[in-house]
Design a protein around this ligand. Structure first.
Ligand code: OFO
Length: 169
């Protein structure tokens, strides 16, 4: 049995995942405007993954025979100053998302909902990867600086990221 509290927090998480997609799309548009097309690709691929994250929770709520309650998605920030500024914002945002996943894990234990506790493990693992990906890029940006030649090389590297539908496993 899934409690109303758990259904409500899962619905909120759908909203956060789709907000994340919006945020990454805003970042992708910024990078496109300043000619960093590889960075634009990387953030656009991430936006698609965020939509997958939202859809996995959507399908889970339906599988538990509970009610979907879609909320309004906030307008994302668009005031970016540099590649480093964007990735620092990504890192902060992903830490915030991790803390919301932690709350779901705790609440599902409190509500004795072991199916949701088990389900949310996939997100806990995913968040470790997302924070680490952002942090790796921050490290590279700090190491090589914001100079044009190194940004160009990193941009080429990030152009290689390909979207692969994120499946729950
Ligand atoms: Fe869905 O993990 Fe990022 O926000």
């Amino acid at each position: 049995m899934i409690s109303d509290k758990v259904v409500s927090i899962l619905n909120e998480q759908i909203n956060k995942e789709f907000y994340s997609a919006y945020l990454y799309l805003a970042m992708s548009a910024y990078f496109d405007e300043i000619g960093l097309y590889g960075f634009s690709n990387w953030t656009k691929v991430q936006a698609k993954e965020e939509m997958d994250h939202g859809m996995i929770i959507f399908d889970y709520i339906i599988d538990r025979n509970a009610k979907i309650d879609l909320k309004q998605i906030n307008v994302p920030e668009t005031n970016f100053k540099s590649a480093l500024d964007v990735f620092e914002k990504i890192y902060e945002h992903e830490k915030y998302v991790t803390s919301s996943i932690d709350v779901i894990a705790n609440m599902s234990m409190d509500e004795c909902d072991l199916a949701t506790r088990n389900f949310i493990n996939w997100y806990l693992r995913e968040q470790v990867e997302e924070e680490s990906n952002a942090n790796d890029i921050i490290t590279k940006l700090k190491m090589f600086g914001d100079e044009k030649a190194s940004l160009y090389l990193l941009d080429k590297e990030l152009a290689n990221r390909e979207y692969k539908k994120h499946e729950y496993n």
